[in-house]
Each structure stands twice: as structure tokens, then as C-alpha cells.
Design a protein around this ligand. Structure first.
Ligand code: PAF
Length: 283
């Protein structure tokens, strides 16, 4: 499997493939690959001739230096996992910070029509400018026709769609379902850092979301939120940062339910110092 660490090399390789009318899919990742990433890559392999998997822990999207420092980096293992899916049709791009940022590791400023100020945007300052900056650069470098993102980061998915629309980037964004552990915990590279007692407690998040979905059938968003907050207060390992029921298009918290709209419930919670997020479609 070809692994590039310099953007000029991968730009040349992709230009040659595009000259032969090959379809390129992109799966952007921060590495520490798990089954959820591999499911995205498999989906991309079905619909493209070549799949570029970028592996890059992007510093500008972290507002917490400890989280950035502790983020797992397992490039050798990642490449071995990808090789098991395909040796010939996957291209890995694992650049250095300098290769991507050319000595100026700062974010561009974006206007995502307000999506950036909801949920994650309120708790992780500058996060979506960092995500927008790296994803836009990856699109420029790898010029994919299709790009794949998981729904675990649902807000990120909407923001990438907005980025593409506003900047007229010719790429089709494909959202893919959340991949879960058998326990229901949404897969995340950060899960490897969970201590056993927190790992054991973590299915509580998805179980709570599932019950919230049932309750939302008959109760108001406010009542469901009160119930969720109460459930979290009754256990002592997971600390709720937010529970929000939001409109799936605008991500604005729902005030009054409308049958014409689609809603999703979102949770962010701390398991010790590890921040976990999850969400569920409600209707
Ligand atoms: O979802 C992620 O892993 C990251 O935010 C992404 C899209 C790879 C950008 O760094």
C-alpha cells in the first residue's frame, strides 16, 4: 500500500489517476483507526476506484492541549489495518504538521451560517475553524469526487456540507451511520484511553439516548431533557456536559415540536478526562 507523507507526492500521484478518469474517494481521519473508520473505508471502496485515507492529528481543531498531546498515534498499526482491506486501491496520506500548515499552524475563519455556534461550538472554541481548515486543505490536496464522514460527529458532517456549498468545492459528501461497540458505545479513537470502570459505565450514554427517543414520542423536549439530566445526576462516573434535542437541519435546540421537522438528540459527557459524544435520530 502506498503511504505518502508529503503533499507534493500525493498531488502528483492523484493527478495521474485522475488523468485516467479514476474515481477518488477520501476518508479523512486522525488515525488510531477502529472498526468505524474501516467501515467508512469499505463503503468508499465500493463506490470509488481509489480511496485516500488521510491520517493526521490536526492541531488547530483542539482547544485542549492535553487532549492533543494524549491523542493516540498508531500509524504502523493503522497502515496494517488498511492493508488488510486493500493493498492496491487504498492510498494513505500521513503528513507532518509542517507539510500541511507550511510553518503557519493557524485556522482560517469560517462562517457556517450559525451551525458552528451550537453544541460543540459552545464548548470547544475554534474547533470548527480548525476542522474546516484541515478538511478544505485535504479536499484541495486530494481532489476527491466523494468524501466520507461518520454521523457520530453529526454537527461536523453538517458543517462540512456547508463548507462545500459555500466554497463551491466539487465533492459529494457522504454521511455514514454511527458504528458501535457491542455494548452500544459509539466507536471513537478516544475509547482506547478509557479506564475499565469508565468503559463499563459508558453504555449508559447510548441507553439513555434510546430511552430519550422513546420518551420524545409523548413528551416535550424540555421534559425529556429534564429526565436525561436526572439520570446522569443519579450515577457518578459520567459527567453530562450537554443534552440537546435539536432540529437536524439548523441544529437549533427545539422549543416546540413540529411534525414536519426532523430532530436528533445529542449528548456530550465526560468519562474521567475523556470527552465522549453520541447522538440519535428521534423521528
Ligand atoms: O472527525 C475527525 O476525525 C476529524 O475531525 C477530521 C474530519 C479527520 C478532521 O481532522
Amino acid at each position: 500500500m502506498q503511504v505518502y507523507s508529503e503533499k507534493q507526492q500525493i498531488i502528483t500521484a492523484i493527478a495521474a489517476l485522475r488523468a485516467q478518469n479514476q474515481l477518488i474517494g477520501l476518508v479523512p481521519t486522525m488515525g488510531a483507526l477502529h472498526q468505524g473508520h474501516l467501515a467508512l473505508v469499505e463503503r468508499a471502496l465500493e463506490n470509488n476506484d481509489y480511496v485516500v485515507v488521510s491520517i493526521f492529528v490536526n492541531p488547530t481543531q483542539f482547544d485542549n492541549s492535553t487532549d492533543l498531546e494524549k491523542y493516540p498515534r498508531t500509524l504502523k498499526k493503522d497502515v496494517a489495518l488498511l492493508s488488510m482491506l486493500s493493498k492496491d486501491n487504498i492510498i494513505a496520506y500521513a503528513p507532518t504538521v509542517d507539510d500541511v500548515y507550511e510553518g503557519n499552524t493557524v485556522s482560517e475563519k469560517f462562517d457556517f451560517d450559525g451551525l458552528e455556534f451550537e453544541m460543540e461550538g459552545r464548548f470547544r472554541h475554534g474547533h470548527f475553524d480548525g476542522v474546516g481548515t484541515i478538511v478544505k486543505r485535504l479536499f484541495e490536496i486530494t481532489t476527491p469526487q466523494n468524501a466520507y464522514f461518520g454521523e457520530k460527529d453529526f454537527q461536523q458532517l453538517l458543517i462540512i456540507k456547508k463548507l462545500v456549498e459555500k466554497h463551491h468545492i466539487p465533492v459529494n459528501i457522504v454521511g455514514c451511520p454511527i458504528y458501535r461497540e457491542k455494548t452500544g458505545l459509539a466507536m471513537s479513537s478516544r475509547n482506547t484511553r478509557l479506564k475499565p470502570e469508565y468503559l463499563e459505565a459508558s453504555p449508559f450514554i447510548y441507553n439513555t439516548l434510546k430511552t430519550a427517543k422513546k420518551l420524545f414520542g409523548t413528551k416535550s423536549a424540555g421534559k425529556v431533557s429534564e429526565w436525561v439530566e436526572d439520570q446522569f445526576s443519579k450515577q457518578n462516573l459520567l459527567e453530562l456536559e450537554y443534552f440537546i434535542i435539536a432540529d437536524t437541519e439548523t441544529l437549533k435546540p427545539v422549543k416546540r415540536k413540529s411534525k414536519k421537522k426532523a430532530y436528533r438528540a445529542f449528548i456530550a459527557a465526560y468519562a474521567d478526562d475523556i470527552r465522549l459524544i453520541d447522538n440519535i435520530a428521534l423521528n
